[in-house]
Design a protein around this ligand. Structure first.
Ligand SMILES: [Zn+2]
Length: 267
């Protein structure tokens, strides 16, 4: 799994203090691009070793917000060779395609299939299995993801306000948590996770590895690695802060190849 971006809040995205390309997941012979925010295509083509968008089996949006969907249309074109080779699956919540679609109508014809994500849904893409266990608390329809890769379970807790049941829905060995802020303001309280929320989830789930990502300005200024170290000390679980281009080897949990962001978090 490669992080093509680790940016969270709008200022971090619009100034590209961290990249915002989402995540490239390659497992069970399937390649899935998750949340292609602004710059996803550029990050993919610049990746070394190379990532080839024409080999993607699908693209998934956890929700319609710009930092998760900005490059969706260009990625559909890249996956389908500009529409000359229709293929691939797009998975997204209903409200991302209903009233104000984030996918252009002409580009829909380039896809083999469009799948609407639902609470409690389970999906198979090639040989890759995953579920969207629960609808998140966010400003728009949002789902997290739980993958089963061989014996390994991997959860991605996308944007959400905290609720205790999250821990039951996302019990897994590798836990990726969108940790936007250090401490809630009234603005983030009901729609995002802060450090204390992440700590509660890690404590309750006890994964082998927890990965923080989707950082806002406060986390970046404080230092994501510092935050991760604090959580490791408090929970006894290995917690790391994702950086741009970081790769997690799902065959060997714990083997992490660091990316290029500096300790201060500035790309
Ligand atoms: Zn969001």
């Amino acid at each position: 799994m490669k992080f093509l971006g680790t940016a969270g809040a709008r200022h971090v995205v619009s100034q590209q203090l961290r990249a915002s390309g989402g995540m490239w997941l390659q497992a069970e012979g399937t390649r899935l691009l998750i949340d292609p925010g602004p710059g996803a295509l550029v990050r993919i083509l610049a990746s070394r070793p190379r990532l080839n968008p024409r080999l993607l089996n699908g693209i998934l949006l956890t929700h319609r917000h710009l930092d998760h969907s900005g490059d969706l249309n260009v990625m559909v074109e890249a996956m389908t060779e500009g529409g000359t080779n229709p293929r691939g699956t797009l998975l997204l919540p209903g409200d991302a395609i209903d009233s104000e679609p984030v996918i252009f109508s002409y580009a829909r014809g380039y896809l083999s299939e469009i799948v609407i994500l639902r609470e409690g849904g389970s999906y198979t893409l090639g040989r890759l299995h995953f579920t969207t266990p629960v609808r998140h608390r966010h400003a728009v329809e949002t789902y997290g993801l739980k993958f089963q890769v061989g014996d390994l379970s991997l959860s991605i807790i996308a944007d959400t306000g905290f609720f205790p049941e999250l821990a039951d829905f996302y019990r897994s060995e590798i836990l990726v948590i969108n940790t936007l802020t250090l401490k809630h303001s009234p603005l983030t309280q009901d729609i995002h996770l802060d450090l204390e929320d992440a700590r509660r989830l890690i404590q309750a789930i006890q994964p082998k590895l927890a990965v923080l990502t989707h950082f806002g300005m406060r986390v970046l200024n404080y230092g994501p690695s510092r935050v991760a170290r604090m959580l490791t000390e408090e929970t006894g679980v290995e917690v790391i802060a994702a950086d741009d281009e970081m790769v997690i080897n799902l065959d060997r949990v714990g083997e992490v190849k660091k990316g290029k962001s500096s300790q201060s978090g500035r790309a």
